[in-house]
Each structure stands twice: as C-alpha cells, then as structure tokens.
Design a protein around this ligand. Structure first.
Ligand code: HEM
Ligand code: NAG
Ligand code: NAG
Ligand code: NAG
Ligand code: NAG
Ligand code: NAG
Length: 321
C-alpha cells in the first residue's frame, strides 16, 4: 500500500466513516471484550438475579435519553445528571453496577478502547440470553456522550398510563415502528414494578380491561395507602423470570400490568400483532431481536464524536458537564 493509501485507510478505520455501528468493531483492538463483559454479567447475576431486568431497562432508558451513549450512568455531585430525574427514580442500582463492574474488567485489559455505551449494549444482549430470551449479535462502535442532564429527560421516557398513540409517537421519534414498540414491550416479561405505576387501574375502581381475579391479587399487594418502602409486583405473573412470549398471552388474558401493556391488546390496531406474538415464540423472538438492534442504534455517536470514558460514572475531563 502506498503512503497516501495507507493514511487514507487508517483514517477511515479510526473515524469509522459513515457513522454506522458494526459487528466485531473491537476485533483488532480488544478482541475478547464480549467474553469479558459476559463473564462480569454472569458473576453479577449469580449474586443478584435482579441484574437481568435492571440492566435491560437501563439500556432502554439510556438509548431513549440522548441516544445510546451511557449518559444515564454519569453521577453528578449536585444530583443533576440524567439518572437524577424523577423518571429514573426506579432504575435499579444493579444495572448500573453491572456496567461499572464490566467496564473495570475490560479496562484492565484494553484501557481506553471500549465505550461504556458499548459495554451496556453487550450487557443488555447478555441479560436477554440469561433470561432465556433469544441470542443475537450486537452491533458496536458507540462513543460515550458528553451530556447528562436531568432537565433533558422529560418527554423521552414513556409513562405507564400512555395510550397507543402516545406510545407509537414517542417510539417513532426514536426511529422505532409500532411493531418494534410492541416487540420491545415484551421486555416486561421479566422484572418488577412499584405499585404507584398502576394503582390508578385499581382505585377508585378497577379498570375494566384488567382481569378481575388478577386485579384482586394486585389490590392485595397494593393497598390503597402510601407505604414506605413501596411494595413491588412482578411484571409477568406466569413466567416472571423468563423473557418469552407468555407476556403477550397475559395481555390476551387481561393481565397486562400497565395501561401501556394492556392497550397493545385492547386497541384494534395493535391487537393482531399481540395475538401473533402470543401464538408464536419464534415470531416474537425474531421481532424482539430486530427491535433490540434498532434500539441500539438510537442517537448513537460514532467516529470522533463523544469520548471513550475511562470511568463510566464520570466524564474524562471533569471540566465537561
Ligand atoms: C412501551 C413503553 C414502556 C413503558 C410505559 C414502561 C414503563 C415501565 C415501568 C413504569 C416500569 C416499572 C418500574 C418500577 O416501578 O420499578 C418498567 C419496568 C421495566 N421495564 Fe419498561 N416501559 C416501557 C418499555 C420498556 C422497554 C422498551 C424495555 C426494554 C427493552 C423495558 C424494560 C423494562 C424492564 C426490564 C423492567 C423491570 C425493571 C426491574 O425489575 O428493575 N421497558 N417499565
Ligand atoms: C391519547 O392521549 C393523548 C394525550 O393525552 C390524547 O390527546 C389522545 O386523544 C389520546 N388518544 C386516544 C386514542 O385515547
Ligand atoms: C431470584 O431470587 C429470588 C429470591 O432470592 C427467587 O425467589 C427467584 O426465584 C430467583 N429467580 C431466578 C431466576 O433465579
Ligand atoms: C383471568 O384470569 C384467570 C385466572 O388466571 C383465568 O382463568 C381467566 O381466563 C382470565 N380471564 C379472562 C377474561 O381472560
Ligand atoms: C433516525 O434516522 C435518521 C435517518 O437515518 C437519522 O438522521 C436520525 O438521527 C435518527 N434518529 C435517532 C433518534 O436515532
Ligand atoms: C438508581 C438511581 O441513581 N436513582 C436515582 C434517580 O433519581 C433520584 C432522584 O434524584 C435519586 O435519588 C436516585 O438515586
């Protein structure tokens, strides 16, 4: 290769022209990154099984606020980072800890090479597998964001009382179709919710789209009083630890916990897809995998944008904030 060609080639690799994510992004710079993250996630999972839902939800929130750039993990001494926003209040600490631990393991072998955003994306893929969900190849090449601000969170995270139009509109702003949104909601096949996110469906009267015997159980756990700590309820009462299409069977039986879950079945526009997913695990797995890849592309920074954070909780340059 001539000198000019070589310079051109190297600079193309370095700035990742086109801004696209690619598989095997670290194949020459940190070839074992995926194995290292997988091991860190497994160690964390053995200690605490809430690692699975916590990490998956963290990835979703990260991608919807400023794009998948690990901005959600930044800690602020003045409590003004993204994670300090009220909508992040219920993000479980185990998700953050998973990424921080995995980054430490990776940094020990490949310092300054792998972004926290990519580590979160790999970890999210791994927890889906550990929860019995489909396996898939994760695209990489994200850079870490330079902005994390709780005042920029608003209107980016869906509320549990959203109707179908609100859900579809918000997801379309992130380049995700209604079909992707229905598939990604299958993540509510694992994990928990605090009562306050659905008590409006129980009191003063029970939402008619809720299965009545299920509603009675929920009322038992979520008494109409303010309790501290607030009780939690599993999102999928049939297979609470498995990421599978039983979530959609629950919707058909009136056991979607949030308004935003149940509406996917009650609304005629989305009902056919819910019925298809309820019937076919293979069809759901395929749609979920494709939607996870698209989620992982939302607002990504590539090339020379952003930075490769050394510590996932802090910007490299403390002057930046
Ligand atoms: C479609 C709109 C969505 C709404 C309205 C929504 C809302 C919520 C709410 C209110 C909770 C309960 C939080 C708590 O009380 O602790 C929750 C939990 C959860 N969400 Fe979503 N979510 C949505 C989509 C998603 C997506 C796309 C994913 C991931 C791909 C996801 C993954 C999770 C997981 C795994 C949990 C359980 C978290 C845990 O146990 O720590 N959600 N969601
Ligand atoms: C959905 O909610 C929005 C905002 O509250 C409202 O304007 C709209 O009419 C609702 N759509 C349906 C179908 O209920
Ligand atoms: C997670 O841990 C809880 C309590 O230790 C247990 O009840 C539950 O069955 C566990 N789930 C899995 C998937 O191991
Ligand atoms: C409500 O849940 C019960 C108990 O799981 C189930 O047998 C019943 O079929 C459900 N009702 C509807 C309308 O699907
Ligand atoms: C959506 O896709 C368009 C076209 O590829 C892109 O310019 C835009 O940045 C994407 N938006 C998000 C939030 O990823
Ligand atoms: C997990 C986490 O960092 N949650 C934070 C969300 O925001 C609230 C309110 O500022 C914080 O108190 C929580 O620590």
């Amino acid at each position: 290769m001539g000198l000019i060609m070589r310079v051109l080639f190297i600079s193309m690799v370095l700035i990742n022209v086109g801004g696209q994510l690619v598989e095997n992004f670290y194949s020459s710079t940190c070839p074992h990154v995926e194995a290292m993250v997988k091991q860190a996630v497994s160690i964390k999972f053995i200690k605490t099984n809430t690692t699975l839902p916590a990490t998956l939800r963290l990835f979703f929130h990260d991608c919807f606020i400023e794009g998948c750039d690990a901005s959600i993990i930044i800690q602020s001494t003045t409590n003004e980072a993204e994670k300090d926003s009220p909508v992040n209040l219920s993000l479980a600490g185990d998700g953050f800890d998973t990424v921080i631990k995995a980054k430490e393991a990776v940094e020990a072998v490949c310092p300054g090479i792998v972004s926290c955003a990519d580590i979160l994306a790999i970890a999210a893929r791994d927890v889906v597998g550990l929860a019995g969900g489909p396996s898939f190849i994760v695209e990489l090449g994200r850079r870490d964001g330079l902005i994390s601000n709780k005042y920029r969170v608003q209107d980016n995270i869906p509320e549990p009382d959203f109707n179908l139009t609100q859900l579809t509109t918000l997801f379309s702003r992130k380049n995700l179709s209604q079909f992707d949104m229905i598939a990604l909601s299958g993540a509510h096949s694992i994990g928990f919710s605090h009562c306050s996110h659905f008590t409006n469906r129980l009191y003063p009267s029970v939402d008619p789209s809720l299965n009545q015997s299920y509603a009675e159980q929920l009322k038992e756990t979520c008494k109409h009083t303010i309790m501290d700590p607030e009780p939690v309820v599993i999102l999928d009462p049939e297979t609470p630890d498995t990421l599978d299409n039983v979530y959609y069977q629950n919707l058909v039986a009136g056991k979607g916990l949030f308004t935003s879950d149940e509406v996917l079945y009650t609304h005629p526009e989305s009902q056919p897809t819910v019925k298809d997913f309820a019937k076919s695990p293979g069809y759901f797995n395929e749609a979920f995998t494709a939607a996870m890849k698209k989620l992982g592309r939302v607002g990504v920074k590539t090339g020379n944008l952003g930075e490769i954070r050394r510590d996932c909780t802090a910007f490299n340059d403390p002057e930046t904030s």
